[in-house]
Design a protein around this ligand. Structure first.
Ligand code: GLC
Ligand code: MG
Length: 567
């Protein structure tokens, strides 16, 4: 046999092995997730609020930009004190968003396009208008301990009744509110209108499982679990709730940060319920077939804690505890920060579980283009998709939308409104979001120049970079990340970040991103000659240009590129 044919056989063998290994990756492991904030994605009926039919009409856009699965912030019946995170009926669609028929139509269309739908699941609390809470107030039908009730204490000095503990809610002020009718305090980590469910009650567990069953039966693919660290609060054997120690971070006694949350945050019991749900979801899949019904978990917690969310070695929980490390990147960030934040996940969670995900924005945090800088918005897109694992994009970040000062007063708005403005589809009225006379939040005034339609036509727009990256995610090199030598990343200098993705001996991609304002020179990165396959607007190079990486290579300020080598 000639050496050439030997080589070909060798390559074929390699292909076969790599392809096999790559197809071993489950859908959620290397996915492109996209968060829709339903109020702000697309309005179909002109009332200025986004809705399900609006989403259905734009599912093709998600397909166009390479999304695999989209999670919807809550669409359930709600008085909207916390914009849907205060649910009155977990198995009803709020009329503002449409009907159950609209939901079914949306799901059917999504599946037809090969998109998965992930629903927000809010098991920590309900709305105070929820029938369960009303029944609990009246101590009806076993609902007595459905929420966390307590008589409180009598202040020995004043003789006045005070809350059971000093706990402050996330949105500040006591986490205990007095209910006149029941003559007891109830606990709410979030708003007064969001009483916490008592997750120690078996009946609550049953109700929560029933909610999941309901949506699974309709065909929902996965759940995003809200507020996981807040599931349980410490209750002592004598039924009391211990005070938390003062943190020293602030002098404002009303502030949530006034206390260290040793009794209200990440209690060990949180894990048990995640493991319980995983068992239920796995069993559901065994019985009904289909793809993995994954759980995405919202938890601002350390990698060690999140690692246990995935598995403690004997039990399994959520597949995707969201990695919020990059949420703390600000405009003073550099490549070393990216490396440090990436390591803090990879060293713990990758090492143990071979899984990773990268969240760059959501409805609770400043948008990356504002937080990190508009010049770097597309770079963050590149990094999020080039690191191994799953990327999570908040609607609008794919075009680099910015926070918008909605000029509201504290009494009539949410401090997070600036990141929740309508998606800017085009330069038409209301940015193409709605035909109405007004929209629930104003459309950012930059919509004429910053919108989907315009960016479609600009070769190096943030949108086209997003599309380029989601396409790369589907290549063998990007899919082979679990293999030995499948990926590497490194801050080459203070400002230059490099990511390498490899299908060993077959192809290699190399991302180089200069986060700084200076020209950077790099020497002898590899002996390969590579081709430019993706460039941002700051690159002077052209698609298809070749570069010999054994020599000096120059990166312009804010330049980010992807290079490719094929065997
Ligand atoms: C989660 C949501 C946030 C909401 C809170 C209470 O943190 O992301 O938007 O306010 O839960 O449900
Ligand atoms: Mg509407």
């Amino acid at each position: 046999m000639s050496s050439d044919s030997l080589r070909i056989i060798q390559i074929l063998l390699l292909c076969a092995c790599s392809a096999f290994a790559a197809s071993d990756v489950d859908w959620w492991e290397s996915a492109t997730l996209y968060q829709i904030y339903p109020r702000s994605f697309m309005d179909s009926d002109g009332d200025g609020v986004g809705d399900l039919n609006g989403i259905t009409s734009r599912l093709a856009f998600l397909k166009e930009i390479g999304v695999t699965a989209t999670w919807l912030s809550p669409i359930f019946e709600s008085p909207m004190a916390d914009m849907g995170y205060d649910v009155t009926n977990f198995t009803k669609v709020d009329p503002l968003f449409g009907t159950m028929e609209d939901f079914d139509a949306m799901l059917a269309k999504a599946h037809e396009l090969g998109l998965k739908i992930i629903l927000d699941f809010v098991p920590n609390h309900s709305s105070d208008q929820c029938e369960w809470f009303q029944k609990s107030i009246r101590r009806e039908d076993g609902y007595d301990d459905f929420y966390i009730w307590d008589d409180g204490k009598i202040d020995p000095q004043t003789g006045v009744r005070i809350p059971p503990s000093n706990w402050n809610s996330e949105f500040n002020g006591s986490a205990w509110s007095w209910n006149e009718q029941r003559q007891q305090y109830y606990f709410h980590w979030f708003l007064v209108e969001q009483p916490d469910l008592n997750l120690r009650s078996p009946m609550v567990h049953q109700h929560l499982i029933d909610i999941m069953k309901f949506w699974l039966a309709r065909g929902v693919d996965a759940f995003r679990i809200d507020a996981v660290p807040h599931f349980f609060e410490m209750r002592l054997a004598n039924g009391t709730y211990p005070d938390e120690p003062v943190s020293g971070f602030t002098n404002d006694t009303n502030s949530n940060r006034y206390y260290s949350h040793i009794y209200t945050f990440n209690q060990p019991e949180n894990l048990e319920i995640l493991y319980e749900w995983r068992e239920f979801l796995d069993e559901y899949q065994r019985q009904h077939g289909g793809d993995t019904r994954a759980m995405v978990a919202e938890a601002y917690a350390t990698a060690d804690i999140l690692s246990d969310y995935i598995s403690n070695g004997t039990h399994f929980g959520t597949q995707l505890p969201m990695n919020f490390n990059f949420i703390s990147l600000r405009s003073n960030m550099n490549a070393k920060d990216i490396e440090r934040f990436a390591n803090s996940w990879m060293d713990v969670i990758w090492t143990k579980h071979k899984t990773a995900n990268w969240v760059f924005g959501n409805h609770d945090n400043s948008r990356p283009a504002t937080r990190i800088g508009e010049k770097r918005a597309d770079m963050m897109t590149i990094i999020a998709h080039a690191l191994p694992g799953t990327s999570v994009t908040y609607y609008g970040d794919e075009i680099g939308m910015t926070d918008y000062d909605t000029k509201c007063t504290p009494s009539n708005c949410d401090f997070r409104d600036p990141v929740r403005t309508p998606l800017q589809w085009s330069s038409a009225k209301n940015g193409g979001f709605s035909t109405g006379n007004s929209t629930w939040l104003p459309v950012n005034s930059n919509f004429k120049t910053l919108n989907v339609q315009r960016q479609r036509g600009v070769a190096r727009s943030t949108l086209n970079i997003y599309k380029g990256m989601t396409a790369l995610k589907k290549t063998l090199a990007f899919k082979s990340y679990k293999e030995e030598g499948g990926f590497a990343y490194e801050a080459l200098t203070e400002q230059v970040f490099q990511i390498i993705r490899t299908a060993p001996k077959l192809e290699e991609y190399r991302v180089l991103a200069n986060f700084g304002r200076q020209i950077e020179y790099l020497y002898g990165l590899t002996n390969k000659t590579m081709e430019y396959v993706l460039l941002n607007a700051y690159s002077p190079h052209r698609f298809g240009d070749k570069v010999d990486l054994s020599k000096r290579i120059t990166l312009m300020p804010y330049e980010a590129v992807v290079l490719r080598w094929v065997a």
